[in-house]
Design a protein around this ligand. Structure first.
Ligand SMILES: Cc1ncc(C[n+]2csc(CCOP(=O)(O)OP(=O)(O)O)c2C)c(N)n1
Ligand SMILES: [Mg+2]
Length: 562
């Protein structure tokens, strides 16, 4: 649009999105931002109308995770913004670039508690990297450009922009801002020399990969580096896609339910190379794995945000750069001819292979979860995108699925229930040829299952596996551990999920026995592909199954911890 022409605020805003490279917006409409919707009417931007703002914001987060570009979400004021907070919190904890646009009351009504009025700076102030309200229509290009830079640079995260309704219908003559550029830095030659020296002196190093600002090339470059150094490499909680599980140096994930041998391996290391991650509560095993503030292991911490370096752990060597820039510099590092730790890497690798073998798992009841996972592992294509929310069911995915490619995992490190379905929708909208499989607990699924309507509306052939144990199982597990026999508020009366899916126009089947899983899953997948409609397979399994290696009743018999 020519900068000589006068444009409506809502149209200027949409033109900025186009100028910043936005191709997709996730929204729930509201009367507060009609002028923006009007701008989107003629723009070259796909608009996905969602059923609830929490789902919309989660889709935007998933889009941000897959592309590295800010996911865009638009919601109305008060109630819409409140629902969207669920996704903003995920984007913060997951370091995902996301921009949430919120309709706002007219400027002249502020401070009267007008209809659905909220102070967005106060409401989102602790969750977003930046919250602003655009008061002058002429400043839309400046502030939107800034939002893209903030969301993507350093440690990526969410930005919230409130849009007063009357500002959006004012007109102005302003120029569009050019497309944003992600700000990066590179490790210095001195830092690389220090790293080379630390590696040369190490007897028992380990790498842990986490965070964002990775891409497929960075993953490959680190994998090559690990190979040259025979460096045992783990990934952080729910960051499995950062290192190929079929690589001889991959030794597992440092998260919840960690392989005890891996825990020991990290604790015993003399050098930890932490790339992109923060070693927050879950990977650090509730801040017990590394000493605070000075770990006994030498720590090389690579992170794109200076505020994260030295925040909890005092690193031996802190490098302020993105994983993508860091891995690019690794090719120049000299590798020791025959690292002393190579045999240890192989031993840890063997431990991982055993730990992640679903065939070795036996569970109570007629539906063997180990066999379910074994079948999926046999049939899933390497580029299948796997999504999940929160609940013990996710353990099956994260322990037994061998993630081998970047861009195949959408999992909230924030432990947000309800994430799997919206994430699967965002993944499929982006790549309609991709195989997309969502893992959802019965509790988890019911947080956002109304987005099945979105999946049907856009004809998205995703497969959803609903792990139905009739429980908020994770919480029941905690109750049985801490207050044995005193369960409350953790049992669920559920709908027939297969019928529910059918009522939406999708495919639905329920499975109760191991031998029925493969045909039901195959039929669901075939239906999803042929009809381009969501397919739900409900797994009804024994509620005693809570962990791959322990049942609820076993946990109940142990001593209370409280
Ligand atoms: C939005 C949200 N609400 C509550 C919780 C606390 N919580 C964590 S797991 C869980 C139960 C999950 O139940 P389900 O999805 O059925 O999985 P299961 O543990 O039974 O396998 C709850 C309530 C959470 N993590 N996120
Ligand atoms: Mg459950």
């Amino acid at each position: 649009m020519s900068q000589q022409e006068s444009r409506l605020g809502g149209h200027i805003l949409v033109d900025q999105l186009v100028a910043q490279g936005v191709k997709h917006v996730f929204c729930v409409p509201g009367e507060s931002y009609l002028a923006v919707l009007d701008g989107l009417h003629d723009a070259d931007i796909k608009v996905t109308v969602c059923r609830q703002e929490g789902g919309a914001a989660m889709m935007a987060d998933a889009h941000g995770k897959l592309t590295g570009e800010p996911g865009i979400c638009m919601v109305t004021r008060g109630p819409g913004a409140s629902n969207a907070l669920a996704g903003v919190h995920i984007a913060k904890q997951d370091s995902t670039p996301l921009i949430l646009f919120v309709g706002q009351i007219e400027r002249g009504m502020r401070e009267r508690e007008a209809f659905q009025e909220m102070d967005y700076r106060a409401v989102f102030g602790t969750q977003a990297k930046w919250v602003t309200e655009i008061d002058q229509v002429e400043r839309i290009p400046e502030l939107v450009s800034r939002a893209f830079h903030i969301a993507t640079s350093g440690r990526p995260g969410p930005v919230v922009i409130a849009l007063p309704e009357d500002m959006l219908v004012e007109a102005a003559k302003v120029a569009d801002a050019p497309r944003y550029e992600v700000i990066d830095s590179a490790p210095t030659a001195a830092q690389l020399a220090d790293l080379e020296k630390l590696l040369a002196e190490a007897k028992n190093p380990v790498a842990i990969l986490g965070g964002t600002r990775w891409d497929a090339r960075a993953v490959q470059q680190f994998a090559d580096f690990a190979q040259r150094h025979a460096l045992p490499t783990a990934v952080s909680f729910r960051r499995q896609m950062l290192f190929p599980a079929d690589h001889p140096c991959f030794i597992g994930d440092v998260g919840l339910g960690i392989n005890p041998a891996l825990l020991k391996r990290v604790a015993d290391a003399d050098l930890i190379l932490l790339v992109g991650g923060r070693m927050s509560e879950n990977p650090s095993q509730a801040y017990t794995l590394l000493d605070i503030p000075v770990p006994k292991q030498k720590l090389v911490h690579v992170h794109p945000d200076t505020a994260e370096l030295g925040r909890v752990y005092r690193a031996t060597l802190a490098i302020n750069t993105s994983p993508a820039a860091f891995t690019q510099a690794l090719a120049g590092l000299k590798a020791p001819a025959q690292p002393a730790w190579a045999a240890g890497t192989q031993a840890m690798r063997e431990s991982y292979l055993k730990w992640s073998d679903p065939g070795a798992i036996t569970t109570p009841g007629a539906l063997q979860m180990g066999q379910v996972m074994a079948y999926l592992e046999k049939t899933l294509p390497a580029d299948a995108i796997m999504t999940n929310g929160a609940g013990n069911y996710a353990t099956w995915l994260h322990r037994f699925h061998r993630f081998t490619r970047f861009g195949t995992q959408l999992a909230p490190t924030s432990g947000s229930m309800g994430y799997g379905l919206p994430a699967a929708i965002a993944a499929k909208l982006r790549d309609r040829d991709a195989a997309v499989v969502c893992f959802a607990g019965d509790g988890c699924f019911q947080m956002t299952m109304q987005e099945l309507g979105t999946a049907v509306q856009y004809r998205l052939g995703i497969v959803v596996l609903v792990f139905n144990n009739g429980l908020f199982g994770t919480i029941r597990l905690h109750q049985e551990r801490a207050y044995p026999g005193r369960a409350l508020a953790t049992e669920l009366v559920n709908p027939d999920f297969a019928l529910l899916a059918q009522s939406y126009g999708g495919y639905g089947a329920a499975v109760e026995r191991t031998e029925d899983f493969a045909p039901a899953y195959d039929a669901a997948l075939a239906y999803a592909l042929e009809h381009r409609m969501p397919a739900v397979v409900e797994l009804r399994y024994d509620a005693d199954i809570i962990l791959p290696d322990r049942t609820l009743s076993q946990l109940r018999r142990t001593e209370p911890v409280a």
